[in-house]
Design a protein around this ligand. Structure first.
Ligand code: WT7
Length: 655
């Protein structure tokens, strides 16, 4: 399952980084605390989570039922409790830290703005009142399609305030992705902006939203538009309203709607192994618990921390560790609108210096990209306030880990490699910085209360470091997804059927070393991780075949130094196979096409044209073969079952 090269490299990795003295003294969770928590969870899983939930969150109505297994594996947590997520992120902080800065914002052109918890609360309430005035009620779905600005978080919290269910769509997605998500969710309202700034360019969000809505999405009644870049937009009378007009005259207070624990807090679409993205549905109380608890645990959050998670609000990392987690924990969060290397590769470090960032959390792809510019760049900035580093989204190679630890963490900061997924809601496997020694490339050990394991095809646990297997979670946890919106069958089939409803199947392959540490190797399904972003090969393929001249396409990943994985597409055109300059022109056209259909992140790195695709006699595309061709590897597998063996030479010839 795992390629030999990466397996060899983990089996050879011997470096261990125990928590530094600073962490063993002051950490929230010291080694003995961790042992106690692990033992408590082992002794009674349900009672453990019940206690933690009572102590961590503010409840409107306390729960008496901790875990309801009646419809397992549709697990339900804290079912008779009532809660409001925005109350926990805002009101709960007002008395103690109302004037504390909640958000420090920096736009790409360099505008900065600060909002205190009091100001943030007022803005959230104004928008919540505007939503109510538009007839939005608890349970209605709202799509948020915004740049990375404070209003994106305000919009999420305003939904939560009134029990509306938000579905944030990443601002880098384009028309078709946005339309599909709006339609699947049946959203009544869309919140967007005129545009956003990215790498010195203007991203025309409103124009894309208009295109997505044109002749489609009949459920949408209203569009609220934030003026951010000042670019020209068309406003459709009766449908579109400026944010400033919508909130004008609205009161700065709005009573939170307390909802049952299981009330959906949000949907977040993510890629799976079919062409149709799945709307991952999270429950209010369980999700909020995971977000707040793991922010405190994994990042060892303290009152004076300035917390910067560089993820966009369009991904789950932005939900958990930009919005809900740190705000529920009363932190000061930094948000930055733009690209990491704009106007120069020192931008991230300049932000850390100017805003006094103490906890910095980013993706391996960003670390590798910044590493390429050399250590002289970060050395120019004062990074002395940083005390903890985090990594998320894909496996981090030891080389990048060490570079990060040396050049950004100056060898004094723990590096916390957090393994989790859109579906898991929050981090499940990560070194508690004061209690667990790190190893470069390993996400180390599960958090207390998380029962992770590596199992073979029959579901038997593997403890042999030389053997990989499926990463599974054997007991339900409060912040797990509840279902796939509108498709519970798919929820059951994707995550539970493989091991007879006993284990949650993560879809990753992993190894455990002699110390029981987890080494996650990558996806086991047809999901790619391109620059940490999750993309389904089938999604990209269906964008290809939507082009009028494309007959067939197959998409596979190949390793890439910076992005982790690159997208490789094999395309069969209707009519003649293009060659030479015609092939180049066609490849360019198709790249742009896929970019317009899905978004720039899906633009393939390689496009190769073929007369047909390697298939078995039963017509199945042999992806493993295509992967080997994409990587330029020797073909060792048996090709005698191929319908058309000659095609291999043609595919390889173009490499
Ligand atoms: C997939 C989930 C985690 C939130 C952001 C991505 C990969 C994630 C790690 C890590 C190795 C990782 C897995 C997982 N992944 N974190 N620390 N080490 N792999 O969420 O888009 O739902 O993707 O990202 O393959 O299944 P996502």
């Amino acid at each position: 399952m795992t390629d030999q090269k990466s397996l060899d490299s983990i089996l050879q990795e011997r470096r261990v980084f125990p928590p530094g003295p600073e962490f063993t003294v002051r950490a929230r969770i010291k080694p003995a605390d961790r042992e106690r928590l692990v033992a408590e969870a082992r002794a009674g899983h349900e009672a453990f989570w019940g206690r933690i939930a009572r102590e961590t969150l503010g409840w409107h109505k306390p729960f008496t039922i901790t875990l309801d297994q009646a419809s397992a594996p549709n697990y339900r947590w804290f079912t008779d409790g009532e809660i409001n997520a925005s109350w926990n992120c805002l009101d709960a902080n007002l008395r103690e830290r109302g004037d504390k800065t909640a958000i420090i914002f920096e736009s790409e052109p360099g505008e900065t703005r600060r909002l205190s918890y009091r100001e943030l609360t007022a803005e959230v309430c104004r928008l919540a009142n505007a939503l109510k005035a538009s007839g939005i009620a608890a349970g209605d779905r709202i799509v948020i399609y915004m740049p990375m600005v404070p209003e994106a978080i305000i919009a999420m919290l305003a939904c939560a305030r009134i029990g509306a269910v938000h579905s944030v769509v990443f601002g880098g997605f384009s028309t078709r992705s946005l339309r599909d998500r709006i339609e699947d969710a049946g959203a009544r309202l869309v919140i967007t902006a005129d545009g956003g700034h990215r790498a010195g360019r203007l991203v025309e969000l409103k124009a894309t939203a208009d295109e997505a809505l044109a002749g489609a999405c009949p459920s949408v009644e209203k569009v609220i538009v934030l003026r951010h870049t000042g670019c020209a937009v068309d406003m459709k009378p009766g449908r579109d309203v400026w944010w400033s007009d919508a909130v004008a005259g609205q009161a700065a207070s709005c009573a939170p709607v307390f909802v049952p624990s299981e009330h959906p807090l949000f949907l977040l679409y993510t890629s799976g192994s079919t062409g149709r993205p799945k709307g991952i549905q999270h429950a209010t109380a369980g999700f909020l618990l995971g977000a707040k608890l793991t922010t405190l645990w994994a990042f060892d959050l303290r009152e004076d921390d300035v917390f910067w998670c560089t993820a966009d609000i369009g991904w789950v990392t932005g939900h958990t560790y930009v919005a809900y987690g740190p705000l529920a924990a009363g932190a000061t969060v930094v948000i930055y609108e733009g690209a990491p290397v704009h106007p120069d590769p020192g931008r991230f470090w300049s932000i850390c210096e100017r805003h006094g960032v103490t906890i910095f959390y980013t993706a391996p792809t960003a670390i590798r990209a910044l590493m390429k510019y050399g250590e002289a760049i970060p050395a120019k900035y004062d990074l002395s306030k940083i005390r903890l580093l985090g990594s998320v989204g894909e496996p981090i190679n030891p080389e990048a880990w060490i570079w990060y630890q040396r050049n950004i963490g100056k060898e004094r900061c723990p590096v916390v490699d957090t393994w989790w997924q859109t579906e898991t809601g929050a981090t499940l496997i990560a070194p508690l910085p004061g209690a667990v020694a790190a190893k470069p490339g390993s996400c180390t050990l599960p958090l207390p209360g998380i029962d992770a394991a590596v199992v073979d095809d029959d579901g038997n646990e593997i403890n042999d470091p030389n053997r990989g297997g499926h990463l599974v979670i054997r007991k339900p946890w409060p912040f797990m997804l509840r279902t796939i919106w509108g498709d519970n069958e798919r929820y059951l089939a994707t995550y539970w059927a493989r091991f007879g409803n006993r284990y949650y199947l993560a879809g990753d392959t992993a190894h455990r070393d002699r110390d029981g540490y987890f080494w996650v190797m990558g996806r086991a399904d047809d999901v790619l991780k391109v620059s940490g972003h999750r993309l389904g090969t089938a999604e990209v393929e269906s964008a290809f075949v939507a082009h009028p001249r494309v007959a067939e396409a197959a998409v596979v990943g190949r390793p890439h130094d910076i992005k982790g994985e690159a997208i490789c597409a094999y395309v069969v055109m209707k009519g003649e196979r293009p060659t030479g300059a015609a092939a180049e022109a066609m490849a360019h056209e198709l790249r742009e096409w896929v970019g317009r259909e899905i978004g720039a992140i899906a633009k393939p790195d390689d496009i190769r044209f073929a007369d047909n695709l390697p298939k078995t006699r039963s017509g199945k595309i042999m992806r493993r073969l295509l992967r080997a061709v994409a990587r330029g590897e020797e073909i060792t597998q048996d090709v005698s079952t191929l319908e058309n063996p000659a095609i291999l030479d043609q595919l390889r010839g173009q490499a």
